[in-house]
Design a protein around this ligand. Sequence first.
Ligand SMILES: [Zn+2]
Length: 216
Amino acid sequence: MRELADGVWQLGGFPPNAVNIYVLGDVLIDAGLGIDRGRILRQVSDRSISGHALTHAHFDHFGASHAVCETLGIPLWCGAADVEAVERGKMVGPGGMLLPAPGAGAHPVARALAEGDEVAGFTVLDTPGHSPGHVSYWRESDRVLVCGDVMWGQNPFLLRGGLREPYTHLSPDPRANRDSARRLAALAPALVCFGHGAPLRDPDKFSAAVARLPGG
Ligand SMILES: [Zn+2]
């Protein structure tokens, strides 16, 4: 793991920055794909992890959550509107339909997160759109943001390309996601930790990409 900011670590993976998993304090944020179980358990083996929180219930973010929570004996938390999907091992598609979440096991959610909640010294922000219960984690004191897939730092399918919004067909409500992106850009985060892509320490670049989104 590499430390990105005080108490903020990014797990190593291959290819680097493709599917990101973070540790904030003693809380694991996201759990990648089902196949990421091994790298998570290996990399957190020398520390005490007390909880596991999601940015959103997509199969590339909670794929290994069930296995990791069972193995470590820790509770799972996610945004309130994503609880049902996680507990059924599914994800919310267009029109609110529950779709299969390949490789992701169903797991009970111990705590439904809402705007203003605190997780490992970070404030929970409701940032819906890419999933109904998508949340971001924000620490005002040093302006660190974990934004999940509100914006992609890099296209996770092509493993290249610049900062962009996720493919709109992957978001049940792309317009809400753009509103969430504008809200996050207005925070002028000094460090953005994406679900996909390298950490970004350039608030102007982040806000410029968000400003190019339609409907602003
Ligand atoms: Zn993703």
